[in-house]
Write a protein that binds this ligand. Sequence first.
Ligand SMILES: Nc1ncnc2c1ncn2[C@@H]1O[C@H](COP(=O)(O)OP(=O)(O)O)[C@@H](O)[C@H]1O
Ligand SMILES: [Mg+2]
Length: 255
Amino acid sequence: MALLELKDLHVSLEDGTEIVKGVNLKVDSNEVHAIMGPNGSGKSTLSYAIAGHPAYQITQGQILLDGEDITETEADERAQKGLFLAFQYPHAIPGVTVTSFLRSAINAVRKAKNGAVDDPIPVPEFRTELFAQMERLSVSRELASRYLNDGFSGGEKKRVEILQMAMLKPRIAVLDETDSGLDIDALRIVAGGVQELIGPNMGALVITHYQRILNYIKPDFVHVFVGGKIVEEGGPELAKKLEESGYKEWEGVPA
Ligand SMILES: Nc1ncnc2c1ncn2[C@@H]1O[C@H](COP(=O)(O)OP(=O)(O)O)[C@@H](O)[C@H]1O
Ligand SMILES: [Mg+2]
């Protein structure tokens, strides 16, 4: 049984337009799967649907986490079960600092694990872990005390997303174009931070247009995604091939 399984997943926008047209995928812990596709192919739509965004409707198929059907569950319940999505465009939350946001998110997961009874993380434990992860991901104390994503640069947003992931310790991480807007140093820090978390306790789905993030997060499997469908699958060598020849081979393929 896979940790995350998509079975014939179809996703439509609110106006009924079908964007994701039948995706089958299995991701296990200790595995990195890359989904690579051109702009507009539906990659973000797929990641939002996996995370449970209400604007993206699953019209057919299923999402299973540990064999359990989560297709109809709310986003927060999915997060509590260990699913994490790093957004392509993280939202700002004015009035909520990075630190307080992280503590609330951790406490929500702990509460869910504790049979809906509050079990807040002790403050010293939280601080020790937070400072260790901030150091690792080069997030300054100043940044952590600011309002979440409010006026953050692209690179700061991405680092704080990975900080959130490192603190929450999800079982499955979906990263949607985490490399976009990152310079090479920030990319190395962010992607290296993700790579270190992959192991017996976590698997990842790395969604990307470009191959470069895969130099730092090594994929075991590469899935080429064009027109809302997986059109080819292979190993890491497929990512290299895409870097050279692009997606032309599959574009214009009737949907
Ligand atoms: N919330 C939305 N409202 C309207 N159109 C959307 C929305 N989300 C996605 N789309 C459309 O769905 C298609 C796929 O977009 P997206 O999933 O963002 O692709 P990708 O991430 O691969 O670039 C695009 O045509 C986009 O305009
Ligand atoms: Mg996208």
